[in-house]
Every structure is written in structure tokens, then in C-alpha cells.
Design a protein around this ligand. Structure first.
Ligand code: SER
Length: 317
């Protein structure tokens, strides 16, 4: 049975991934690592162990890993793309210096490490459609620069020290549980909240701007499946393209109108978000993930929309 530490367990991915991992590996085997000010609550707090574990504090990570005999670290601490542009030094400190801390602890204690990369690791020179697994990246945001660095640093620790590092490039993640904060793709979550509240949605991203997106259950499945994958099948290690749907704002609006015909959208484009979105691919080619570890998403735009509207309506009632 794995002994897992989730760093960033109260964040957008961590709050759901921690519960998913507890369901698979046993509550007591999954430690929720959090920072002061973002304490776990409710089921997350009550169902299993929790420890303060700031990714910028190498000593604290080592202490938690030794105390709990951790063999696998999910390192989810990061700032999203828009907020990182206003705090570039902090984004680097958390994303890159933080990963360095995690990798050193992993090297010393024999842990496997999962770290999310992103569609943000690509840039304007990247082929936009069916973006290949191995291609030019050269992002223009500090978020993307730090994500490319995490892919390379993780590969380095694998090649040099044999640390079992693995990662995926997540698209925009859509969930009805913990909202994202400060990302370019956040509109695709906010739009469902507006629809359920009966409000008109003011979209910060221009019509016609395509980005890859994914429903959280598929994202969680990717985290588990990749870390369970037979290492002898892995040609790649860090930065697997994964994809399940690509759409522009008008299409998500249409999908919502199938359930809420009166739903309305207007556009008030945010210059920073739009410049970031325009520098990212339209859709990724995820054939390497499918071939090397059987990546196979379940949700498309229609099935995600039906589920989001149903779950959010219950939650907001
Ligand atoms: N959701 C992220 C963002 O928008 C991209 O990976 O910043």
C-alpha cells in the first residue's frame, strides 16, 4: 500500500485528489499537507492525517515524510497563471524552489514525485492545433516558464538520481467543489456558477478563443493512473500532454443553453487573460499518454455540463 503526502491538499486539485487517494489507498495512508491560512476543514480534516507542510520549507517536508514513511509525494503547490504575473518571484519560489525542495527530500527518502505541468508551458511559437508531445515550448508567462522548468528539473532528477518523477500537462480544470483562483481558464468554471444563479455571464475571454479543458474526475484519474503506470512502458516521464475537450466561450454557453435556454453571455475582454489565452494551444495531441499509460478520459463538454449544472445546483441550493 502506498504512503502518500499531498502538498497543497486544500487547493483546487488537492482538496479532491486527497479524498480520491484516501478512497483508494486508505484514509490513514494519505497525509493532507497544508499551509497556515489554508487549513483543511470538514471531511478532508476528519477523514485522515493532516500536517503543516509548506513547500518552501525543505526541513518541514523532510520531517513529515520521515514521520509518515511517505513513499509518494503529490506536489500540487503553485500559483495559477494570472496571479503569478503579479507575483513572479513568489510564483518561482513556490513552483521551482519548492519543487527543488521536494525532489531533494524524495532523493534522500526514496519517494516518487508527481508534479502538475500545464498547457501554460507552451507559448506562441508552439504548433496550435494537435500540439505534439515533444515540440517547441517557450512560454511568455512566469507561470509557463516555471512549469517548463519543473518538467526539466523533474526529468533531471530522474536521469541523474533515479527519482521516480512523473507529470502531466493539465488543461483548464473544471470542478464543482473547490474553485480555482487566478487562472486564465477560470471563466469555464465561473460560467457555470453564473448559470446556476440565474445570472448573465460577463466573459473575460474573447469569443473564438479555444483552449483545452478537463472535468476534475478525469484529472484525478490521470493523477492516479500515471503514478500507478508500469515504468517499463514510460517513454516519457514529465509533461505528458493530456486532453479531453477543447472549446471556445460560445460553445460552453451553447452547451449550458441546452439545459438553461435563457442563459446569456456578454463579453468584456480582460487584456491580460486574453493575451495569455492567445499564447496557449487550441488543443493538445495526447496520444503518448494514451499509448504509454492508457489515458482515457470519460467526460466531454456535454456530459460535463450536465453533471456540473446538477451538482452545482444541489451545492448552491
Ligand atoms: N488553469 C491554469 C491557469 O489558467 C492553466 O493550467 O492558469
Amino acid at each position: 500500500m502506498k504512503k502518500i503526502l499531498v502538498i497543497g491538499a486544500t487547493g483546487q486539485i488537492g482538496s479532491e485528489l486527497t479524498m480520491e487517494l484516501r478512497g483508494i489507498y486508505g484514509n490513514e495512508n494519505v497525509v493532507a499537507g497544508y499551509i497556515v491560512g489554508a487549513e483543511p476543514k470538514g471531511e478532508l480534516l476528519e477523514s485522515g492525517p493532516a500536517e503543516i507542510c509548506d513547500v518552501t520549507d525543505a526541513g518541514a517536508i523532510a520531517e513529515v515524510v520521515r514521520k509518515h514513511n511517505t513513499d509518494t509525494i503529490y506536489n500540487l503547490a503553485a500559483l495559477l497563471s494570472v496571479v503569478a504575473e503579479s507575483k513572479p518571484r513568489l510564483a518561482w519560489k513556490i513552483g521551482v524552489d519548492g519543487l527543488w525542495n521536494v525532489l531533494e527530500v524524495a532523493r534522500e527518502n526514496g519517494c516518487a514525485v508527481f508534479t502538475p505541468s500545464s498547457i501554460g508551458s507552451f507559448g506562441p511559437e508552439t504548433p496550435r492545433d494537435a500540439t505534439p508531445q515533444d515540440t517547441v515550448q517557450r512560454p511568455r508567462t512566469i507561470y509557463g516558464v516555471s512549469k517548463v522548468t519543473t518538467e526539466l528539473l523533474s526529468d533531471y532528477y530522474y536521469n541523474k538520481f533515479g527519482v521516480d518523477t512523473r507529470s502531466v500537462r493539465f488543461p483548464g480544470l473544471i470542478s464543482n467543489v473547490t474553485p480555482p483562483g487566478g487562472g486564465t481558464t477560470d471563466y469555464a468554471v465561473d460560467i457555470y456558477y453564473a448559470a446556476v444563479k440565474g445570472e448573465k455571464f460577463v466573459c473575460p475571454i474573447a469569443e473564438g478563443t479555444y483552449m483545452d479543458m478537463m472535468y476534475m474526475p478525469d484529472a484525478l484519474d490521470a493523477c492516479v493512473r500515471l503514478m500507478e503506470a508500469d515504468p517499463t512502458r514510460l517513454v516519457h516521464r514529465n509533461g505528458f500532454n493530456i486532453a479531453s475537450m477543447s472549446f471556445e466561450p460560445g460553445q460552453i454557453c451553447e452547451a449550458i443553453r441546452h439545459h438553461r435556454p435563457d442563459f446569456e453571455i456578454t463579453y468584456q475582454v480582460d487584456a491580460l487573460k486574453q493575451s495569455i489565452a492567445s499564447s496557449w494551444p487550441n488543443s493538445l495531441d495526447d496520444s503518448c499518454a494514451r499509448a504509454e499509460w492508457d489515458w482515457n478520459p470519460r467526460f466531454d463538454l456535454e456530459s460535463m455540463t450536465a453533471d456540473m449544472l446538477e451538482k452545482l445546483s444541489e451545492r448552491l441550493r
